[in-house]
Write a protein that binds this ligand. Structure first.
Ligand SMILES: NC(=O)C1=CN([C@@H]2O[C@H](COP(=O)(O)OP(=O)(O)OC[C@H]3O[C@@H](n4cnc5c(N)ncnc54)[C@H](OP(=O)(O)O)[C@@H]3O)[C@@H](O)[C@H]2O)C=CC1
Ligand SMILES: N[C@@H](CCC(=O)N[C@@H](CSC=O)C(=O)NCC(=O)O)C(=O)O
Ligand SMILES: [Zn+2]
Ligand SMILES: [Zn+2]
Length: 389
């Protein structure tokens, strides 16, 4: 049985395969194709969501490039979105049809060893399935085109009018929250804020360096400002990024292109031996090294956020760590997704964190390839895709 996707989420489509529009990545490095896809009903432990708004993150571009070792084609990308539950599979109680949700690529089952450890926000329950583009219940996809399967991506696949996710990947949010804005709380903003607040635990008066002033970097700046950092040094190769960065909490700007010596030396000279914390928000191994080595001897902590492709490895002298620097990383800013995303939505609705300011472009699904081009243009933070109704 097929039903049109133009219906609002209702019982009319429950239990039926939905034909709807989605942007399919058929090949690495090639434009997405916006076509009709079939979305099967949710199985046990699954939720079908009508996506209303989705944004593009640099990681979507990373996987589309072919550099992602978990990248499978054909697939439906997208992992920063918001929508409304259309139907749920057997045994699902976390959400119900009509709930407003943000899909979470980092699940939170609250039952696995990782969730129970109290040491990480990572969840192990569905990751073996989401890393292989399928659903845990039967290790198959819910997407198909003319009977041929299309892989899921990060367990979210939000570049589709309808998607199917695991129930433990659904954060239920306030129905009054504007979905065209809070979709951004699905990835970049929480990652930057959480890297500062949860992973590094930046304290009042600390000095901070942020490498890369894109969405994640600006969220780090905002997080550092809210944590009471005394200095927030933005590092980017594009001087045009600084003015906007000051609006997010950046107190000074360094462009590596203005110096003929390693940027970590420049920063150490400017900060009496190094910063207390640094954040790499680019995804390049040379800036990851610089971010570590610009930290202060004895206690400086550097957090890797950027994603680098398979085969890429980080290097530094062991002496950097022997003398007390700490090198760590973060996924989704260390936030437990189902618990924290609703709280972040409330912070935004109470005007305690920025979201609107990250939306620099808005486009319809039909122009998603233009949105990818914007991502590389240098003056785009987030482009919000308005899904067809
Ligand atoms: N760990 C996690 O959970 C998450 C990781 N990520 C990753 O974080 C990274 C940042 O994401 P996002 O903010 O969306 O990406 P953006 O591309 O928006 O930001 C990267 C910024 O770094 C700048 N840049 C590029 N090269 C250099 C350089 N050599 N030195 C200084 N600045 C440089 C870019 O400038 P320009 O635009 O001119 O190139 C851009 O402003 C990506 O690698 C992404 O995959 C994202 C979300 C979550
Ligand atoms: N498949 C990629 C994984 C890259 C990566 O580190 N992803 C981040 C989120 S990036 C979002 O924009 C993450 O949360 N990783 C933890 C996880 O469980 O994957 C690769 O293999 O490089
Ligand atoms: Zn992302
Ligand atoms: Zn878990």
């Amino acid at each position: 049985m097929h039903a049109s996707a133009n219906m609002a989420p209702s019982t009319d489509t429950m239990g039926k395969t939905i034909t709807c529009k989605a942007a399919v990545a058929y090949e690495a490095g090639k434009p997405l194709q916006v076509i009709d896809v079939q979305v099967a009903p949710p199985q046990a432990g699954e939720v079908r969501i009508k996506i209303t708004h989705t944004a593009l993150c640099h990681t979507d571009k990373f996987t589309l490039s072919g550099e992602d070792p978990e990248g499978l084609f054909p697939c439906i990308l997208g992992h920063e979105a918001a929508g409304i539950v259309e139907s749920v599979g057997e045994g699902v109680t976390i959400v119900q049809p009509g709930d407003h949700v943000i899909p979470c690529y980092q699940a939170e089952c609250r039952e696995c060893k990782m969730c129970k450890s109290g040491k990480t926000n990572l969840c192990a329950k569905v990751r073996p399935a989401t890393g292989n583009g399928v659903m845990l219940h039967d290790m198959k996809s819910r997407f198909s085109v003319d009977g041929k399967p299309i892989y899921h991506f990060m367990g979210t696949s939000t570049f589709s009018q309808y998607t199917v996710v695991h129930d433990v990947s659904c954060a239920k949010i306030d129905k009054d929250a504007p979905l065209d804005k809070v979709c951004l709380l699905g990835c970049g903003i929480p990652t930057g804020l959480g890297a500062v607040w949860n992973t590094a635990k930046v304290e009042k008066g600390a000095t901070v360096a942020v490498f890369g002033l894109g969405t994640v970097g600006l969220a780090c700046c905002e997080g550092a400002k809210k944590a009471g950092a005394s200095r927030v040094i933005g590092i980017d190769i594009d001087i045009n990024k600084f003015k906007r960065a000051t609006e997010f909490g950046c107190t000074e700007f360094i462009n590596p292109k203005d110096f003929d010596k390693p940027i970590q030396e420049v920063i150490a000279e400017k900060t009496d031996g190094g910063v207390d914390y640094s954040f790499e928000c680019i995804g390049k191994t040379d800036t990851m090294r610089a971010a570590l080595e610009c930290c202060h001897k004895g206690w400086g902590t550097s957090v890797i956020i950027g994603v680098a492709g398979s085969g890429q490895e980080i290097r530094t002298r062991p002496f950097q760590l022997v003398t007390g620097r700490v090198w760590k990383g973060t996924a989704f800013g260390g936030f437990k997704s189902r618990t924290s995303v609703p709280d972040l939505v409330k912070l935004y609705m109470n005007k305690e964190i920025k979201v609107d300011e990250y939306v620099t472009h808005e486009l319809p699904l039909s122009e998603i390839n233009k949105a990818f081009d914007l991502l590389s243009s240098g003056n785009c933070l987030r482009c919000v895709i308005h899904m067809p109704n």
